[in-house]
Design a protein around this ligand. Sequence first.
Ligand code: FES
Ligand SMILES: [Fe+2]
Length: 353
Amino acid sequence: MLVNGVTQETILAYYDSLRAFWHPVLPASHLEECPIVSAELLEVPLAITHLNGKLVALYDVCRHFQAQLSIGEIRHVEGHGDCLMCPYHGWSYAANGQCVDIPQLGENRDIPESARVDSYHVQTKYGLIWVCLADEPIHDIPQLPDLENSDFLMGPLRSYDAWIASAPRVIMAALDDTHGAWVHEGLVGDREHPEPPDHKVHRDGNNLVVNFTMLQPDNPTITEEVVEESLREVSITTTVGIPNTIHFNIKALDTNDNHVTLIWQAVCPVLYNKTLTFWGSARNYDTDKLVWNAEFEQMQDTLREQDREIVESQRPWLLPPFWTKTELPVRPADLPLIEYQKWLEELGIVTRI
Ligand code: FES
Ligand SMILES: [Fe+2]
């Protein structure tokens, strides 16, 4: 059966290929505002809460008559402490997903073994809640360099509305450094200089690392004093945490200072064609200024919106394998994208036609 031009089988294979990775699902601050929150990852509904001081992620569908657990409440059950109680008939679930109380159960009746929901790996890092749906994650949460370095001042964590696109296409839009002249002209690209950067690409653990320099219009990422119509050479190290984080270390080359700006994104594959982006930044200069640079934030919002329109237009939703020759990447311009996609292909995170 075709769904939006993709077979159901292809979609399920894509979800399967991503289950063993950690994925960010929402900002940790949401749990400070509300004791139980819902999220969705790879079409799996999640109820996230704290039970007895421990962060817990449960399948958000009650085993009884499939009501949503995350609209329930936390209830104390004798012998089990805090449990997540379904709002419909009060079944209560412990952190491991086992139902430990059924109020309607007759006397001397045992709670059925099958009265349970899945419980998933969950942890907090970089201000985000991360979930892995598999029995065992194959890697740790991707490292985002220097985000925990006290020499850097962290900017606010931002969440963007879901894009109607697959997660690899969202990461590839950030990794693609040759579209700036066309999509973001005047901000991070210049059509007088379409020449490709001399990318150096290598793998390092679970990261794909790209080093290059390029000319960019002077913008608030490079300097606070934007000089009209001036181009500056910047050195960029891009680190992609396979498969769903990307981190940029950006430095202007025409100064002797050691000013570095970091920009990162972590994306959540909600559905095969729906992706959330969490976004942050940091800098190792002007660290005493508590107010973050509003112009810089505004520019990033503009860049994201310009990218969104393009990425949402791409088909097929999921990356086709190289052998289909659907895409026509050119070297050396598209080298980072080629290497990223090659790696995804090794992991089975592409359409299997
Ligand atoms: S549907 Fe959850 S307790 Fe009945
Ligand atoms: Fe872009």
